[in-house]
Design a protein around this ligand. Structure first.
Ligand SMILES: [Zn+2]
Ligand SMILES: [Zn+2]
Ligand SMILES: [Zn+2]
Length: 221
């Protein structure tokens, strides 16, 4: 699918901003020049779409094979790997949105229905925004900022699924250079190297699993 790049206004510093509405990504350089292609790197996933209202979804799992090396998870739907995006109504959801849900749930953040007042599409928060309630949101559909009354965190998936809390066992695991993280969204389970834990020993430091994952995924928005 080709980019659809639009001018969306200027930054506070006066730089012209462009946004690709197909890949939900910016498309300008630091001087404000329009790029030929937007900054989303694995664009092919947008060609493979699964409608989650028309298909029976029994389980949704994301798996980071080694989160220390690669922060792009695999999506597993009903036990088979799915390399694409999920859609329903006007929403298009990528692995980043699933990572966002995992972070919100780990941090016990209530997920709310948030709507952009420019384009009217719903909003999901990922990376550090998934665990930091905020008042000014960046709409990933139109690329513009919008404000809400109270600080919150948005999720489109929480509008259609009842997503449980993540329950963790009181256990610590030593992590060296391999860390597989598997999150079953509809069951609320999180496994680290196949174990349910709440702490890791990483580089000789004892860390809460929540802070450990927050830091690794903070820029995945
Ligand atoms: Zn694009
Ligand atoms: Zn919008
Ligand atoms: Zn937001």
């Amino acid at each position: 699918m080709k980019c659809n790049i639009k001018y969306i206004g200027k930054s506070r510093q006066g730089i012209t901003k462009y946004y690709c509405t197909v890949h939900k990504s910016f498309a300008y350089d630091k001087f404000g020049n329009k790029l030929e292609e937007c900054l989303w790197h694995n664009k092919e996933i947008f060609d493979n779409r699964l409608n989650i209202k028309q298909n029976l979804i029994k389980s949704i799992t994301i798996r980071y094979d080694n989160i220390l090396e690669n922060v792009v998870p695999k999506i597993i739907i009903n036990d088979s790997e799915f390399n694409g995006v999920l859609e329903y109504d006007n929403s298009i959801l990528t692995y980043k949105d699933f990572g966002g849900i995992m972070l919100s749930k780990l941090n016990n953040i209530p997920l709310e229905i948030v709507k952009c007042n420019h384009c009217g599409y719903y909003h999901s928060d990922n990376g550090k925004f998934a665990y930091t309630p905020h008042r000014t949101h960046l709409c990933l559909y139109c690329g513009r900022l919008f404000r809400v009354k109270e600080k919150n965190v948005g999720s489109e998936l929480a509008m259609i699924y009842d997503i449980p809390k993540i329950s963790l066992n009181n256990n610590m695991l030593k992590i060296d250079d391999y860390c597989c993280v598997e999150y079953d969204m509809l069951k609320g389970t999180l496994l680290v190297n196949n174990k349910s834990i709440n702490k890791v020993l990483f580089k000789e430091k004892e860390l809460d699993i929540v802070n450990f994952l927050n830091d690794i995924l903070e820029n995945e928005f």
